[in-house]
Write a protein that binds this ligand. Structure first.
Ligand code: HEM
Ligand code: HEM
Length: 224
C-alpha cells in the first residue's frame, strides 16, 4: 500500500441506499432491544420488527440488483478465499478491498440470515399476556411457544455476531489503521489507483426506493 496520501484516488464504494439501510438497521436494532426490555412498548416492538423485516428483504433483493460492491456475487466468496484472507491478516498484511473483504462478506450473510430468523419467528411469537405476532393463528400454541423460544435464543446469537462485526471494524480502525466507518457514512474510500481497477458501477437511489417499496409491500401483505 502506498503511504503517500496524494497518490490515493477517491472512489465511491457504497451507494446511498446501502448506507441508509445500514444505519437505519443499527437504529432499529437498538429500538427493538429497548422495546423488548420494556414490556409496555410491545406494540412498538412489533412495528420495529416489521421495519427490520422489510429492510432485510430490501437488502436481499439489493444483493442482486444494487451496485457492484453490494452484490452477493461480489462479496460472497468461497471458504478457501476467506481463510486465505485471515492468514494474510495474521501475517500482518492488510489486503485492500473496494467493497467487503471475504471474512466480512460471511459475517454479513450470517447477520442477514439471523435477522430473517429473528423477525420471522417474531411473527409467530406470543408473550402469554397481551401480544401475539400477526401469524400466531397459523400455528398451535405449542409451536408459537417454541418459535418464541427461538426468538429469544436467536437474539443472543445476533448479539454475538454483531459484537464480532463491531470488533472487526474497531480492529481495522485501531490495529490496521484503516477507517471503514467513514466510507459507510460518506460512501467513499481513498485507495491507491492500481487497486481500484475498474470503477464499480453505483446504482442510483431511485431503484433503491423502488426495491424498498416492493419489500414494504411484501411485508404488508404478509402481516395485514
Ligand atoms: C445493530 C448493529 C449492526 C448491524 C446489525 C450491522 C449490520 C451490518 C451489515 C448487514 C453490513 C453490510 C452492509 C451491506 O453491504 O449492506 C454492515 C457493514 C458495515 N458495518 Fe455494520 N452493523 C451494525 C453496527 C455497526 C456499527 C456500530 C458500526 C460502526 C462502528 C458498523 C460499521 C460497519 C461498517 C464499517 C461496515 C462496512 C464493512 C466493510 O467495509 O466491509 N456497523 N453492517
Ligand atoms: C429483527 C427484529 C426483532 C428483534 C431484534 C427482536 C428482539 C426481541 C427481544 C430481544 C425480545 C426479548 C426476549 C427475551 O425476553 O429474552 C423479544 C421478544 C418478543 N418479540 Fe421480538 N424482535 C424482533 C421482531 C419481532 C417481531 C416482528 C415480532 C412480532 C410481530 C416480535 C414479537 C415479540 C414478542 C411477542 C416477544 C415477547 C416474548 C415473551 O416475552 O415471551 N418480535 N424480541
Amino acid at each position: 500500500m502506498s503511504d503517500q496520501p496524494h497518490a490515493l484516488q477517491t472512489v465511491t464504494v457504497w451507494d446511498l441506499p446501502t448506507r441508509l439501510f445500514h444505519w437505519t438497521l443499527v437504529a432499529l436494532m437498538i429500538f427493538q432491544w429497548l422495546t423488548a426490555e420494556f414490556g409496555s412498548a410491545m406494540d412498538w416492538h412489533v412495528w420495529g420488527g416489521y421495519a427490520i423485516l422489510a429492510l432485510v428483504l430490501f437488502r436481499l433483493i439489493w444483493g442482486f440488483v444494487g451496485s457492484d460492491t453490494v452484490r452477493f456475487r461480489d462479496f460472497v466468496r468461497g471458504p478457501g478465499t476467506a481463510l486465505g484472507y485471515v492468514k494474510a491478516l495474521l501475517r500482518g498484511e492488510t489486503p485492500l478491498y473496494l467493497g467487503h473483504n471475504p471474512m466480512g462478506g460471511w459475517s454479513i450473510v450470517a447477520m442477514l440470515v439471523l435477522l430473517l430468523v429473528q423477525a420471522g419467528t417474531g411473527l409467530f411469537a406470543n408473550d402469554d399476556i397481551t401480544i401475539e405476532g400477526p401469524l400466531y393463528a397459523w400455528v398451535s400454541k405449542g409451536t408459537s411457544d417454541w418459535l418464541t423460544a427461538i426468538h429469544k435464543f436467536n437474539f443472543n446469537l445476533l448479539l454475538l455476531v454483531i459484537a464480532v462485526h463491531i470488533s472487526a471494524v474497531l480492529f481495522y480502525l485501531f490495529v490496521k489503521r484503516e477507517n471503514l466507518i467513514h466510507p459507510m457514512l460518506s460512501g467513499r474510500k481513498h485507495l491507491p489507483p492500481d487497486m481500484i481497477g475498474e470503477t464499480p458501477r453505483i446504482v442510483g437511489p431511485w431503484l433503491g426506493l423502488a426495491v424498498l417499496a416492493v419489500a414494504v409491500a411484501a411485508v404488508w401483505m404478509l402481516v395485514r
